[in-house]
Design a protein around this ligand. Structure first.
Ligand SMILES: C[S@@+](CC[C@H](N)C(=O)[O-])C[C@H]1O[C@@H](n2cnc3c(N)ncnc32)[C@H](O)[C@@H]1O
Length: 198
């Protein structure tokens, strides 16, 4: 237990130092809480087979909850732009595929087709609304699998992607997770039955 606490403390410290260097890109003072991470992992439907792609991974708070929910590390593809975080993830999850770089390029990686879901901790709302919605629609189209989800955590009250910009998409939101600073929600987007996005 003491080891776990030390790890959490070290992660929080690395996160905070990285936020000081790049506050906009990191967009939070510390990693998501275990309660928020569990809500994200549940929304990603971890029981489905296939890869789970995580975007904006940080120190791996959501990754840990995904693994606890039954996603084996071999099924994880982790995209993180900060090299310090990417190195930490490579050490912690040697059997996962860690890609250091821009997660908005995920639409071009072949692994996306047929994956079970995408889990995003990216500060997506910093992208203008039109390109933001296009990114989510492109991801869903590339997943190309009924029921596959794009799961996004947010500190906003409303959908982080304006719903009118997501035609043919079903959206679901979790209850507010109060045990996180700031309180957060988890939005899940998937293609509606029979919908196709070009
Ligand atoms: C709000 S933090 C979330 C971290 C982690 N998912 C969590 O919930 O604790 C956002 C993360 O996204 C990463 N990030 C921001 N822009 C990115 C980009 N374009 N590509 C990849 N990672 C990015 C940041 O470095 C940071 O680790």
């Amino acid at each position: 237990m003491a080891v776990l606490s030390d790890t959490r403390r070290a992660d929080a410290w690395q996160f905070f130092r990285t936020w000081l260097k790049a506050p906009l890109r990191v967009a939070a003072y510390g990693p998501s809480s275990p309660a928020l991470a569990r809500a994200v992992a549940a929304a990603a439907r971890p029981g489905r087979d296939g890869l789970v792609i995580e975007l904006g991974v940080g120190t791996g708070a959501l990754t840990e909850a995904l693994v606890e929910a039954g996603v084996s590390p071999e099924r994880l593809v982790l995209l993180e732009s900060d090299e310090g975080f990417a190195d930490l993830l490579r050490r912690r999850y040697p059997r996962a595929r860690v890609i250091g770089g821009n997660a908005y390029g995920v639409v071009d990686i072949p692994d996306l087709r047929g994956a079970a879901s995408i889990v995003s901790g990216l500060p997506l709302v910093q992208v203008p609304a039109g390109p933001r919605a296009k990114f989510v629609l492109d991801c869903l189209a590339r997943l190309g699998r009924p029921g596959a989800r794009f799961v996004q955590l947010t500190y906003m009250l409303s959908s982080p992607v304006p719903l009118p910009l997501l035609p043919g998409t079903a959206a679901e939101v979790s209850p507010t997770v109060w045990a996180n600073f700031p309180p957060a929600r988890v939005w899940s987007y998937s293609l509606e039955h029979g919908a196709s996005v070009s």
